[in-house]
Design a protein around this ligand. Sequence first.
Ligand SMILES: [Ca+2]
Length: 211
Amino acid sequence: MRRFVIVLAISISIMAAANAGITNGSFESPTYGSWGAWQQASGWNYMDVSGWGGGYYGGGPAHPSYPAAWQPQDGSQYIAIRSYAVWQTTDVQFEAGKTYTIGVWSVQENPRSYNLGINIAGSTDPLVLANGGDAITGIAVEPSTSSMGYFELSYTATAADAGKWVQVVFYENPNINSGLWLDNATLTVIPEPATMISLLVGSIFLARRKK
Ligand SMILES: [Ca+2]
């Protein structure tokens, strides 16, 4: 039984691989000595979504004048955006039937609804972001102003998505224009139910054989 539990635990961890494919999801690289405007996190692309050039982004350890609630959730660094999007193409390609969950931690400057946008996009070209119109799915949520909270968006790929590169996008709604802090972005991939069942059956079989 103990062996079965161990094998089962390993199987489950293989089934749900957190952070698969996201580069620098915790915004820890490069290491900055202090918070700075226009400091970028490696692996991420920054895009002005305001259309009026009045946005902002920054990154690094928490600014000394930020309140206690606005601190990194994971590690020692995080980023801020206002009227900007940050996005990246992961090294994961969609497979039909698998479910893709993007998670991120966020806190915002002012209480504004629909301020944090999370999109999942898919490109046939790993170097190009499908623009907003090509987002496969998206949500907009309202982070707390008093503490970092976790938000996520899930999507199950169809046959039409298969082979496209999974792209993750976070943006601050340019019609709202209130600062957002972000940390600890993750991508979790869950196989379709049939695959999960066969993995479970395989685990049971292995555990029995080893008795
Ligand atoms: Ca971090």
